[in-house]
Design a protein around this ligand. Structure first.
Ligand SMILES: [Fe+2]
Ligand SMILES: [Fe+2]
Length: 140
């Protein structure tokens, strides 16, 4: 497995539910790579669909958490989620289930980039906000 698909400390947001879901998304992505290169390529497609479902659920739950925390840039953040799902669909339909036909998945790098972009660019926007709020709620 490529080193670039491993969890990094810089992905941590400090919110336990969000971090757990982010780890599950990365694990799911790793599961796609795990299916490749053998006779299990239809599983890779199944895994891509699972990745999409996890991503949709994660965005919905993350938006609930941020709503409850009164995150001030909700509209912009929702927009990044919508764009990420659109990008997913473009990659997914562009792939044309290539892995099932040729055993190649050009989409893997694109999915990894999409996910890391969500962790490092999208979600870092609320990291300091949530941590500041946590300290204000629990000044111990
Ligand atoms: Fe997000
Ligand atoms: Fe997220």
């Amino acid at each position: 497995m490529k080193k670039t698909f491993q969890w990094r400390d810089s992905f941590e947001t400090g919110h336990p539910v969000i971090d757990e879901q982010h780890r599950a998304l990365l694990e799911c992505l790793q599961g796609i790579t795990g299916c490749l290169g053998g006779d299990k390529d239809s599983e890779a497609i199944e895994q891509c669909r699972k990745f999409r479902a996890l991503l949709q659920r994660h965005f919905a739950e993350e938006e609930d958490i941020l709503d409850q925390a009164k995150f001030p840039r909700m509209d912009e953040h929702r927009e990044t989620h919508r764009e990420t799902l659109e990008r997913f669909e473009r990659i997914y339909s562009g792939c044309g289930e290539a892995c099932a036909k040729a055993g190649k998945t050009p989409c893997m790098e694109d999915f990894a980039y999409l996910l890391f972009d969500h962790f490092l660019r999208g979600d870092l926007d609320f990291k300091s906000y949530l941590q500041t709020r946590k300290r204000a709620d629990d000044p111990s």
